[in-house]
Design a protein around this ligand. Structure first.
Ligand code: SAM
Length: 221
């Protein structure tokens, strides 16, 4: 796990900084922003904030204060600049968040959960950072979607090659989520939730490239 986090620390600074503008601000991202902003929050926290663009920037435009963290230090510097916030945006793992007295109206983690090894632990942490009746928003990749099954098949193949002694580069970022397990977890932790598939949100018919599911949860107590 530490190996994976270390990998992202170095790779993400190079990779995501260049990719973020390429991915752009499409229907999916606009709907995420709408969902995060729907309760008119004053202060929100993003887990895995990246460069702060486009999600954080769109929320800031609506007058919302955006705090957050990311393990990629170079991206954090860009996010601090983009969102004009050097106090609330910091480099590190959300599990190290110590501001127990500060709670947020919404805590969210978008387009990042599949890079995080134990996302259930992170959701628990996000719940602890949210005020009663506040919201937790995140997206996951459905473990049983076509896209994820393909990737898992490939990973199995690579494992077999490694077993045979054939050198194959190790891949990270394959933390897909079983939806019924996540739903059971949310209920057990006192959350009321709604969820939508990426296809419902974007109205695309591409079965293969739409593995994401967005959860919007309310903390009742
Ligand atoms: C695909 S980017 C998404 C960034 C941003 N959420 C967005 O939507 O533009 C994923 C981000 O998750 C961060 N990340 C990966 N593992 C993480 C972890 N364990 N804790 C915090 N951030 C992490 C990466 O450094 C990267 O910036």
């Amino acid at each position: 796990m530490m190996e994976e986090i270390q990998y992202y620390k170095t790779v993400y600074d190079k990779f995501w900084k260049n990719q973020t503008k390429r991915y752009g601000y499409g229907v999916y991202e606009r709907n995420l922003v709408r969902l995060i902003a729907h309760s008119s929050p004053k202060k929100v926290f993003e887990v895995g904030i990246g460069t702060g663009w486009p999600i954080g920037a769109a929320l800031k435009k609506k007058g919302i204060k955006v705090d957050g963290c990311d393990i990629a230090e170079g991206s954090v510097v860009l996010a601090q600049k983009e969102l004009e916030n050097t106090d609330g945006i910091w480099a590190g793992d959300v599990m190290d968040y110590k501001g127990e007295n500060e709670v947020y109206d919404v805590v969210y983690c978008v387009r990042a959960s599949w890079y995080i090894p134990n996302f259930y632990k992170v959701v628990k942490k996000m719940i602890s950072m949210t005020r009663p009746n506040g919201y937790i928003v995140f997206d996951v990749m459905d473990k049983y979607s076509k896209h994820c099954l393909e990737i898992q098949k490939q990973a199995l193949k690579e494992k077999y090659f490694r077993f045979l002694g054939i050198d194959v580069e190790k891949r990270f970022g394959q933390h897909f989520i079983c939806l019924w397990r996540m739903k059971r977890f949310l209920k057990k932790n006192g959350l009321v939730y709604q969820c939508w598939s990426e296809r419902e949100i974007t109205q695309t018919r591409d079965l293969k490239q739409t593995p994401k599911v967005v959860f919007c949860c309310r903390k009742e107590r």
